[in-house]
Design a protein around this ligand. Structure first.
Ligand SMILES: [Mn+2]
Length: 276
């Protein structure tokens, strides 16, 4: 899916229920919410669009996940009235939550998957007991794309996906490529492998050019960039920051906002990307 290059894009990393931080970050980028929780279009932001890079559900508290879904739903509808201003990219958490709540027949239920559901996908239980919220989520899920690409003239482009993936799968629409753009090999299942060994292609394929790949998924203590590969998941729900990349013409800049402690932070051990 190609993005029109005459607009500016605010690309936001893994939200995981950090709704307060999402609102703060958007306000810093000229999108302020009104008393109805709607993002206001003003002369300052009329040429800007918002893109969520996936994983807006799970890990946060039930209250904050519910608020996130409601906020995203309502503003997705509201901002996209006259032109598309709000885009969603599918993360592995949206994907798995969708599969659980729709009883996907290809998802084999074992003691292991039941444990995973409680441990990693806490939105499932929340949506199962709240049919109205579940409807909103299902509608948002359908609106998610697996990738977007921004192209500015010949020399500059940015491909956006939730997870890092080998170059050969990028911006392709077959089922295998889609899977690769949504989730890479699991860190939790390979806890003792350094991240750069677990996904070596990401630094091996990095190039010194202006054809960037921006992704999230791998929570990091800060924005990690190596040549044209950039990870913007800066661990908001783990108590660090929520970050965005701002694409304007042929430039990329970044902004972040700290965790606001309005919910309990989740626990994790870092595994740093581009740690060489
Ligand atoms: Mn993810």
């Amino acid at each position: 899916m190609i993005l029109p290059s005459n607009y500016e894009y605010i690309v936001i990393g893994d939200v995981h229920g950090c709704i307060d931080e999402l609102k703060t970050l958007l306000a810093k980028q000229e999108f302020k919410t009104n008393h109805k929780n709607l993002l206001q279009i003003t002369p300052k932001n009329k040429n800007k669009s918002i893109i969520l890079l996936g994983d807006f559900v799970d890990k946060g508290s039930n209250e904050k996940i519910a608020q996130s879904i409601e906020f995203i739903y309502k503003n997705y509808k509201y901002l996209n009235q006259e032109r598309k201003r709000f885009y969603l990219i599918r993360g592995n958490h949206e994907e798995m939550v969708y599969r659980y709540i729709t009883n996907d027949p290809t998802l084999v239920i074992t003691p292991e998957t039941i444990k995973d559901k409680e441990r990693y996908y806490n939105s499932v239980a929340l949506l199962e007991k709240n049919p109205k919220l579940k409807e909103l989520f299902l509608e948002l899920y359908k609106e998610c794309s697996v990738w977007y690409k921004y192209i500015y003239k010949e020399h500059f482009s940015v491909t956006l996906t939730h997870a890092p993936c080998p170059k050969r799968y990028l911006a392709k629409d077959d089922i295998e490529s889609q899977k690769k753009m949504i989730k890479c090999v699991s860190r939790s299942k390979n806890p003792n492998v350094p991240l750069d060994e677990l996904i070596p292609y990401i630094h091996q394929e990095a190039e010194d050019n202006q054809h960037y790949h921006i992704f999230g998924h791998l929570s990091q203590p800060n924005i990690r960039q190596y040549k044209n590969k950039i990870c913007i998941d800066t661990s908001a729900i783990y108590g660090d920051t929520l970050s965005c990349a701002i694409i304007k013409k042929d430039t990329i800049r970044f902004d972040s906002t700290p965790f606001e402690f309005k919910q309990k932070k989740a626990k994790q051990r870092y595994n740093i990307l581009f740690d060489f």
